[in-house]
Design a protein around this ligand. Sequence first.
Ligand SMILES: Cc1ncc(C[n+]2csc(CCOP(=O)(O)OP(=O)(O)O)c2C)c(N)n1
Ligand SMILES: [Mg+2]
Length: 652
Amino acid sequence: MSKKNKDLANAIRFLSIDAVQKANSGHPGMPMGMADVVTILFKYYLKFNPQNPNWINRDRFVLSAGHGSMLLYSLLYLTGYKSISLNDIKNFRQLNSICAGHPEYKINTGIETTTGPLGQGIANAVGFALAEEILKKKFGKNILNHKTYVLAGDGCLMEGISHEALSLAGHLRLKNLIMLFDNNSISIDGPTNLSVSDNYKKRFNSYGWDYLEVDGHNEKQIYNALKKAQKAKRPTTISCKTTIGYGSPNKSGTASAHGSPLGKDEINLVRKKLKWNHEPFKMPQKILREWKEIGLKGIKEELKWTKYYNKKKKLVEKTFSNKFKRVFEIQKQNIIKNLETIATRKSSEKILANLTKVNNSLIGGSADLSGSNNTKTKNHTIIKPGDFKGNYIHYGVREHAMCGIMNGLALHSGLIPYGGTFLIFSDYCKPSIRLSAFMKQRVIYVMSHDSIGLGEDGPTHQPIEQLSSLRSVPNLNVFRPADETETLECWQLALENLSSPSVLALTRQKLEPVRKKFIKENKCSYGAYEISRTNNNVELTIFASGSEVNLANEVSHKLATENIYSKVISVPCQKLLEKQTNAYKKNILEETKFKISIEAGATNNWEKFIGKKGLAFGIDDFGKSAPYKNVYKHFGLTSENITKKVKEMLNK
Ligand SMILES: Cc1ncc(C[n+]2csc(CCOP(=O)(O)OP(=O)(O)O)c2C)c(N)n1
Ligand SMILES: [Mg+2]
């Protein structure tokens, strides 16, 4: 490294180790090891404007190795982002500091995504790169033509999600995706040869990636590899051989540099070794100025770009305007005019077919279950290798990557990704779902085959605890619609909510309509609402969701024949009910002393509505392989059984 660039890199190193030391916790090793590589990237290649972190055509820099968060915070501070001040860095890892332990996505800050769960950032980066290609096709290459860089470590590449995401990226030929692999051969337990002997070159080449190898402390090699990657025809990985904890006489090259402060004495030795005679957090003006100048380059670039953008502004705004309302209004009326007994997955398909006709920003897909999830309609066009004019992605059997990629698609600039799999495999999606919720991203998870109602495929495919588990994720709306009208309403709620992801749990089996009259208002927006009652005065409330609302109605009517009167509450979204006014909730929840719930899944999340004394009809065991009506019977989910139990409860 030239003296000048070495200084720039050392600025990152010392901010990182001093912040970790002050916080008395954090990960100094990675920032020390990768400082040289990112200095060359930011100085010579990265297109970014710290004055407008939201510029749509900026290069994306994703820190998949989120534990090295101080590397990112240092870069953002040094290049002049207003989001991160020196004080923020001094507050690393303290309550409410933007410099959180791991990078937490925040719009307009330069922190492009939340990372920490290793490997997720790689999938996000694939989503960013894909979004760039899709939007480039729509707006032209003068508007969208940026790179996505992702910094990933040994850990990211060991994670299964990386295999899925890299494989799809290679298949689709996402040439604007560049990975910087921090190939330091160290992770927490020690040298990586304790657990991995992959041939990385062969691995990447077999995915359809270019694989370049550099010494991560050699300026020329880094520069040249990045140059080569700019013109690649396929995605590129640059393997950077680095020394973790570079500059630390006693800890570099060992796992001890990974995740704890170096200690005051060792830091003094690093200062000596790297000839850095500055106090902690005291940045020499000259170096600071040099870094700020790097940040200023982007202003001109954006200005140049704005000329092109002004010509396309209307098109861009129209694409992201999301005018769905009319589609929903018309279709809602049509549903009532032609009441059908269909599965909610099929209802979902009908809605999607109409939405896709008018909307340009919905990007559909499925993890190889398009025909089962009903995510692909006749109006979709497939995205293919090197051809991004479509709006539907065949993710292959890659649920983990699909969901991480959808987060990237949503984060990029406002595309609306939805993707399908079976609800049981939400377990394979969970890490990314949690991050969608935490990052407040509008990602829509279309999850069909939502209960034992799927029948013969049996317990491995029948979700039991999944609904309950997903409902416990903060800021995630789990919708379980009961018929076509409710499915439409839930889709509308999912699309109109800009800051929450949604899960749509849909049936495989056909359902009779429970909503037979046209109501303009979106009833599902209340989370729960009364769908029927057998008398003005009722003594029992029956809560149910999705496919069990019909069963609840049946129970209610049976009881009425014996002068036991009840009301049925359809609960398409528990979380939305919890947000209603006290008066509304009281009316729904507290009209009767006796309450029961019916849902073909774990019962534990109904107690809050029915109380300790209520009866929860559900399944707290694995399912069974049989025709679905027999499975319902096996688990006592029949009107006969429920009626009998209710009468016992009421002493009648
Ligand atoms: C999914 C997941 N599993 C485990 C961890 C805990 N963890 C954080 S860093 C790390 C080791 C990563 O090794 P590497 O990527 O080589 O980072 P380096 O030590 O080189 O900085 C582990 C296991 C995590 N953050 N995410
Ligand atoms: Mg490592």
